[in-house]
Design a protein around this ligand. Structure first.
Ligand code: 1PZ
Length: 214
């Protein structure tokens, strides 16, 4: 079953991450953020129990979209140009938050950490057995990534919400990519691009010592 016209398919969303990386290995913010917008739309389809997650994700994407449309928009074309501009102009709080507007660097860092969760989660879904539970895959991926950065109450709420996730097969179907086999194939094709975006960002942030921004 192909996704009908206008139907929402995770294939297009994941393809956005494919178009992020330029020949010079820069990560373009435009497609990066449209990938996130698509993921958030998908998250909405999983029910209101996830609204505490989507609210935070929307807020962060919004901050970045404002920078991308703002006066300094040419500085926010890629992650590389953003890091260079914000650091050169002292716009990044390195020790603790000072009450200034959130920098692009600290905001992207949160999305970047969530991208690691996404990578682990989708890889778990792809390689999971037919009868494996999405909630377990999701919890394991979360504990191995994002959970480190979240306080107890957020971890608790996340774990409760994960329990509502449908079975692996049902989950692959709501991705709207076709049969479960087609969804698994699509994940195998799309994941290397997400890994690439994650890897380039990780290297960039590590090089500039930005991995612990408050
Ligand atoms: C398929 C099921 C989807 C489950 C989503 C898994 C992620 C759970 C994350 C729950 C955290 C949401 C609450 C807000 C936390 C914020 O405190 C942190 C740090 O930001 P700060 O407080 O420093 O400003 N925010 C984040 O870690 C960003 C979380 C973004 C999560 C995006 C998930 C996108 C899901 C796509 C679904 C396919």
């Amino acid at each position: 079953m192909a996704a009908g016209q206008g139907a929402f398919s995770l294939r297009e969303v994941l393809a956005a991450f494919q178009t992020c990386v330029t020949e010079r290995r820069e990560v373009l913010l435009g497609p990066y953020l449209s990938g996130w917008r698509g993921l958030i739309r998908f998250l909405h389809s999983l029910g209101s129990i996830f609204s505490f997650v989507s609210k935070d994700a929307v807020a962060k994407v919004q901050i970045m979209e404002n920078y991308c449309r703002g006066e300094q928009r040419e500085k926010y074309v890629s992650l590389q140009s953003m890091v260079e501009y914000e650091l050169a102009n002292g716009l990044v709080d390195l020790q603790k938050r000072s009450g200034r507007p959130d920098s692009g660097c600290r905001t992207v860092l949160r999305l970047h950490r969530a991208l690691r969760w996404l990578q682990l989660f989708l890889e778990g879904l792809r390689t999971g057995r037919e009868d494996s539970r999405t909630s377990v895959i999701c919890t394991d991926s979360y504990n191995a990534s994002l959970a480190t950065y979240h306080p107890w109450v957020v971890r608790k709420a996340a774990t409760v919400a994960f329990c509502t996730l449908p079975s692996r097969n049902a989950f692959l179907e709501i991705m709207n990519v076709g049969t479960t086999e087609e969804a698994v194939t699509m994940l195998g094709e799309a994941l290397p691009y997400i890994c690439d975006v994650y890897g380039i960002t990780q290297e960039l942030f590590a090089r500039h010592k930005l991995l612990d921004l408050p």
